[in-house]
Each structure stands twice: as C-alpha cells, then as structure tokens.
Ligand binder design. Sequence first.
Ligand code: ARG
Length: 247
Amino acid sequence: SVLFTLLSIPAHADVLSDIKKRGALRVCLEPAYMPFELTNKRGEIVGFDPDLATLMVKDLGVKLELVSTAWDGIIPALLTEKCDLIMSGMTITEERAQKIDFSNPYMVIGQTALLRKDLADKVKSYKDLNNPKYKITSKLGTTGEIAAKKYLPKANYSSFETEQEGLMEVVNGKADAFIYDSPYNAVAIGQRGEGKLVFLDKPFTDEPLGWGMRKGNPEFMKWLNGFLVKVKKDGSYEKLYQKWFKN
Ligand code: ARG
C-alpha cells in the first residue's frame, strides 16, 4: 500500500551504497554446515557460500569480510548491522521473512533422514520414524527441527546446538535418526557413514534457500537478484555447484 511504501522509506541510504563506501561486503554465516560453509583444517572458512560471496565482491569491486556467527544469533547479528548479508544456507520461511528480506532462492533443498544401520529393514521412509520408540535428533532453530516436530510428532525428539552433535548421537547409536538438510546429510554419509548409517535421501520437504538482508534496501535486493541471474547464466554458479555438491 501507499502507506507502507511511505513508512518503509529508510532514513539512511540503501545498504548497497554503504557497502561501496566502506569498500567491503560483510557476510554473516555459521561455518558448520557443509558443503555451504565449513571451517577447514587451517581454520579458514570455505564452501559454496563463501565462494559465491567472493564472486559477489569481484562484481561490487569491494573486499569480502566473513563474519562467523552462532546460528541462533545470525538474524540478530544482521539486524544490529554486524553484517550486510546472511549467506548461510538459510531456508526462506514466513517466520524469518517477518524480520528480514530474502533474495530470490539460490537453491532448493529438503529434509532427509540419516538412520542407524540396524534400522534399515524397519524404516523405509521417514514416516516410519513417527513412533515413540524412535529417538530422532536435529539442530536447534533450524528447519530440520521444525520438520522433525511437524512431520514426526510421535517420535522422541532431542535438539542439539550443532549439526555435528545431532549427527554423532546417531553415529554412536544413542539416537535412531538425524533429520537435516539433504546436502549436509549427503556429505555426512560419506564422511561418517562407514557402514554405520543409512541415508533416506528422498527429501520430504521443499525448501528454497535465500540470502538474507535487512528490510528496506531495494537497491541491494535488486543487485543481489541480478547477480544471481548473471552467475546462473554465465556458468559460474554451475562451476561452484560442481565443486561443492558433486563429489
Ligand atoms: N536450511 C536450514 C535452516 O535454514 C539449516 C541451515 C543451517 N545453516 C548453517 N550455516 N548452519 O534452518
């Protein structure tokens, strides 16, 4: 509406001009979510998102600053201007969209289950886990947790601070299944599976991932969506996708 348009005119310039003035794009991410962002053995933050951010700053002609943030503090960090952008494999949800704006989706993922190997014969679909005899895990404040509670309400759910902890419960046989984003579980089965896990790889949710920005920055939004179209067209998105998702 007209009223909304008037009220949402920012008192300051669009963040796109702040980024250019500062000479740096600051990106918030939580680097525990392979292959989107992880910390390598040398302590560097690497992954699909930082590589995309590197392409962004080339186009913007500025430097890149990665701001490592706890997952439960990532939206507050953006809102208090610790960064300009969230690039952290974040699912676009209605609840989050009340606080921040999202770019167009840069990928679509879904929830999947990693099971204890012994359950291979009993659990053929995620639906079979909807039973009080099963212990399931996911990560606090994620769409994995939301899906676990929504689609498997009868299962015995425990929440963990990190992906790694939730996953290790299943690897160590203390829980039956880890519910999480398909790309993460695909990497995890290769790294931790070692005959201990079964991957139910058919996603049972459809989740668009987006880059998050503070509301009221239409120039930045336009730039980001234009960047996304460009990297999808010129093959650079595909190159990074092959690098991080096809192993
Ligand atoms: N896609 C899921 C969500 O939005 C998980 C993302 C976790 N990202 C991370 N960097 N730890 O809730």
